[in-house]
Design a protein around this ligand. Structure first.
Ligand SMILES: [Zn+2]
Length: 295
């Protein structure tokens, strides 16, 4: 019918007849945000304290909010942050959330060789396993950027999924077979809220109402298209009061919208692993030609 809203075939089949999946990710970069920039920032008490706000104030507040809303989340924690905030790390796990890997000092992979990257992976795996009580199955690359060898490295060390690439809006597989749960820069809080005067980071903070509109419009369409909505938040940014209200408002709106599967990233990966037919391929160069098209 003319004027009907575009409603394509769903990209993915989700459990229980849900129309889309929502994965709430909290990247607990904390003080590594300063340290990876310059170790001397440890002596810049205001910059340092802004970063430390994440693990010390943001995470406890977000954990309470998640309880209040009754939704699970995935926390990607650098090894350094876990070592320096061990009870915060243990509490995230005991409250039922997933903990995934996120480097040791939030190192940018593009500046590491394969051996250095593997050493950091093994070191952070050991730390998070010890402090969370279970071995992580997922990985989020710092700054989202992967090296060509990273997916295979993660697979060789027994990880189930990576949540770093941006090649789709539903789960897919890297060439080596590792599951990817893709994100995108639009659904990230750094661009919206990060700001530091000196050293200069980010831009003047956005208004939460504007950010709600940006994220909600993407959610509404992803819901209609059968996608996987992966929201990436940093507790030192999104643990601030008005932004916690923003998370509350958008999750409530999603819950009221209905047919949403709120899942840990590991649950999404397991669902795909066990239901490979859930994904509908769209790359025309990968879909086998039908007899009809061939003739
Ligand atoms: Zn990060």
């Amino acid at each position: 019918m003319k004027g009907d809203l575009f409603s394509p075939t769903p990209r993915f089949l989700w459990p229980g007849g849900a129309k889309c999946a929502v994965v709430l990710c909290f990247d607990v970069d904390g003080e590594t945000t300063a340290l990876e920039h310059d170790a001397a920032l440890r002596n810049r008490l205001t910059t340092w304290s802004q970063c430390a706000y994440g693990p010390t104030v943001g995470v406890p507040r977000i954990l309470e909010l998640l309880d209040h809303l009754g939704v699970p989340a995935t926390f990607f924690i650098p090894g350094y942050i876990a070592e320096n905030h061990p009870r915060m790390t243990g509490t995230v796990a005991t409250r039922g959330h997933e903990i995934g890997l996120h480097g040791y000092l939030h190192e940018k992979l593009a500046y590491l060789d394969q051996r250095q990257e593997e050493d950091i992976l093994l070191k952070s795996l050991e730390i998070l396993t010890r402090l969370s009580g279970s071995r992580p199955v997922g990985y989020r690359a710092p700054w989202f950027e992967l090296n060509p060898w990273t997916p295979r490295l993660l697979q060789d060390h027994g990880l189930l999924y990576c949540a770093s690439a941006m090649g789709d809006d539903v789960p897919y597989r890297h060439d080596c077979g590792l599951i990817e749960i893709p994100g995108q820069w639009m659904l990230e809080d750094w661009e919206q809220f990060a700001f530091n005067a000196d050293p200069a980071w980010g831009a003047p903070p956005e208004n939460c109402g504007k950010v709600f509109d940006l994220w909600w419009e993407e959610f509404e369409a992803m819901h209609a298209f059968g996608c996987c909505f992966v929201l990436t938040l940093h507790p030192w940014l999104s643990g601030r009061p008005s932004r916690v209200r923003l998370i509350e408002r958008i999750v409530r709106a999603m819950q009221n919208n209905g047919d949403v599967w709120f899942a840990r990233a590991s649950e999404v990966a397991e669902w795909f692993e066990n239901n490979p037919q859930a994904r509908r391929e769209t790359d025309l160069d990968l879909i086998p030609l039908t007899a009809e098209v061939r003739s």
